[in-house]
Write a protein that binds this ligand. Sequence first.
Ligand code: SF4
Length: 110
Amino acid sequence: MDTQFRKDICRRFCRYFKAEKFDDPGCGALAPLLEHISRTGWDELYALEFNPAYPLYAIHGDDPRLVEICEKCSYPPLDCDFRNPEVSNDDCAPCGALCGIAGLISTGRW
Ligand code: SF4
């Protein structure tokens, strides 16, 4: 796992981040975001202004591009409130990597 990513992105944005779990394979959004960064660099991601009130920027949580990513994630539904149908939208948030992808989609950079 890319520790730079975890240090800079997961720790900063992800409510699920656990420093003691660096060996964890990570969420389903991590691999596609890392792959994107490997092609485009970090600047687009760092340019995003994160607002916790709108973690997915202008993108709806049911956007098929995001749903497809979450469907490949090994965490839900038990370990990710965001895709747990028993948790209210007001009481949950997506992981940081999905937020990053949503931000890049919202700016046309994904
Ligand atoms: S929001 Fe939840 S289900 Fe979707 S990729 Fe992130 S951890 Fe996985």
